[in-house]
Ligand binder design. Structure first.
Ligand SMILES: [Zn+2]
Length: 364
C-alpha cells in the first residue's frame, strides 16, 4: 500500500493531514519556498522520488512572493504573498501527483497581523470549498512567557480546528538567526524544552483537536554554523514522549507529533534519532537556499563570456546571446540543483517511494 491509497495527490487539509503524519510516522521534509520557481523545483523533486512533501512560506518569503515593491508595514505584502503562493501551489500541485502539505512558518507575536490575514483567507476559502486554503500554520510565541504562549495558541486553535487547519506551535527557543528573528544571544538553557512544558501544551490543545504538532527545542539552531557550544540532543524528544505517555496512563507510546526546526547541517544519526522519537516534520531551508544559488552561480561563471552583452560572444562579434540570458535558462539551473538537494534530504529521512501504489499498478 502506498500513501496515495490513504490520501489524494495535491494539497491536503483536515483529517488527511493527520492521516499523512500517521502514515508510518515517516518524516516529511518541508522546504521553504519564496517564488513559483522554488515551489515548482520542490514539487518536481517530490514527484521524481514519489514522496509526499510539505511546502512552507515564511513571513519574509511571503512578502517576497508578492514582490518586494509592495509595502509591508502592516504585513499586507506577507498576507498577499502567502495567499498567492497558496493559490499557485494549489493550482499546480495535483499535476505533480504527490500529496502536499501547505504550511506557513514561524509567526512571532509582532507578526500576528500576518497570521490573522492568512486565517481570514482560510475562512473565506472554507465558505466556498468546505476546506481551508492552507493545510497548516505555525504560531511561534516561544519568546513569550509559557502561559501567554499556550493561551494564545488555544485562542487561535479554537478558530482553526473547525476549518480543518493543523496547528504547529513552538515551546523552547530555536537558536540562531532566520528571517529577521535573531536568537543568537539567548541563554543556552532556553534551547532545551522541558517534558513538563510539552505536556502542558498537549493538555491545553488536545481537548480542542488532535491536529497539532509541537516544535520542542532540543538544541536546534537555524542556519548552518561551525560547531559551537549548543549540542543537538534529539534523544530529549524521547523523554517528552515518555513523560506525556505516562501522564496519559501509559498509552499511546508516542502521543506527540514533534517537529524538527533547523534541520540544515544535521548528521544522519541525529536525524534518525529524531525520527525514532516521533518527529513528523523536519525543516530544511538554509541548505536549499544555498543549492538554489549554486546552479545559477555555476552557470553564470561558466557562461560569463556569453552574458556580458546582448550580442557578441567568443563564437563571433555578431552572435546573439538571447538563449544564454533568458531567465528561463539560468533560473532553471537553480531549480535543478535545489531539486537535487530536496531529493537528498528526503532520502536521508526515508521519504522516498511512498507514493508507489500497488493498486495503481494493477489498474494500469
Ligand atoms: Zn524554524
Amino acid at each position: 500500500m502506498g500513501v496515495l491509497d490513504i490520501v489524494p495527490a495535491g494539497v491536503l487539509t483536515g483529517e488527511n493531514v493527520r492521516k499523512l503524519f500517521n502514515y508510518a510516522r515517516e518524516q516529511k521534509v518541508p522546504v521553504n519556498v519564496t517564488s513559483s520557481s522554488t515551489a515548482n523545483a520542490v514539487l518536481e523533486a517530490a514527484r521524481d522520488i514519489k514522496a509526499p512533501i510539505i511546502l512552507q512560506v515564511s513571513q519574509g518569503g511571503s512578502a517576497f512572493f508578492a514582490g518586494k515593491g509592495i509595502a509591508n508595514d502592516k504585513q499586507q505584502a506577507s498576507i498577499l504573498g502567502a495567499v498567492a503562493a497558496a493559490h499557485h501551489i494549489r493550482t499546480v500541485a495535483k499535476a505533480y501527483g504527490v500529496p502536499v502539505v501547505l504550511h506557513s512558518d514561524h509567526c512571532a507575536e509582532k507578526l500576528l497581523p500576518w497570521f490573522d490575514g492568512m486565517l481570514a483567507a482560510d475562512e473565506a476559502y472554507f465558505k466556498e470549498h468546505q476546506e481551508p486554503l492552507f493545510s497548516s500554520h505555525m504560531l511561534d510565541l516561544s519568546e513569550e512567557p509559557k502561559e501567554k504562549n499556550i493561551a494564545t495558541c488555544v485562542e487561535y486553535f479554537k478558530r482553526m480546528a473547525p476549518l480543518g487547519l493543523w496547528l504547529e506551535m513552538e515551546i523552547g527557543i530555536t537558536g540562531g538567526e532566520e528571517d529577521g528573528v535573531d536568537n543568537t544571544g539567548v541563554d543556552n538553557a532556553a534551547l532545551y524544552t522541558q517534558p513538563e512544558d510539552v505536556y502542558d501544551v498537549y493538555k491545553a490543545l488536545n481537548p480542542i483537536s488532535p491536529n497539532f504538532s509541537i516544535a520542542a527545542a532540543f538544541g536546534n539552531v537555524h542556519g548552518v554554523y561551525k560547531p559551537g557550544n549548543v549540542k543537538l540532543q534529539p534523544q530529549l524528544l524521547g523523554a517528552h514522549q515518555a513523560y506525556t505517555c505516562e501522564k496519559l496512563g501509559g498509552q499511546p507510546a508516542q502521543p506527540l507529533y514533534l517537529v524538527f526546526h533547523g534541520g540544515s547541517g544535521s548528521t544522519k544519526e541525529e536525524i534518525q534519532t529524531a525520527v525514532e522519537n516521533g518527529v513528523v516534520k523536519m525543516n530544511v531551508d538554509t541548505d536549499t537556499q544555498f543549492t538554489y544559488l549554486t546552479g545559477i552561480r555555476d552557470y553564470i561563471l561558466k557562461k560569463k563570456d556569453y552574458l556580458l552583452s546582448q550580442v557578441g560572444n567568443p563564437e563571433g562579434a555578431d552572435k546573439p546571446n538571447k538563449k544564454f540570458y533568458d531567465p528561463r535558462v539560468w533560473v532553471r539551473e537553480g531549480e535543478k540543483t535545489m531539486a537535487a538537494r530536496v531529493k537528498e534530504a528526503c532520502k536521508d529521512l526515508g521519504n522516498v517511494g511512498q507514493c508507489l501504489s500497488l493498486r495503481r499498478y494493477i489498474i494500469r
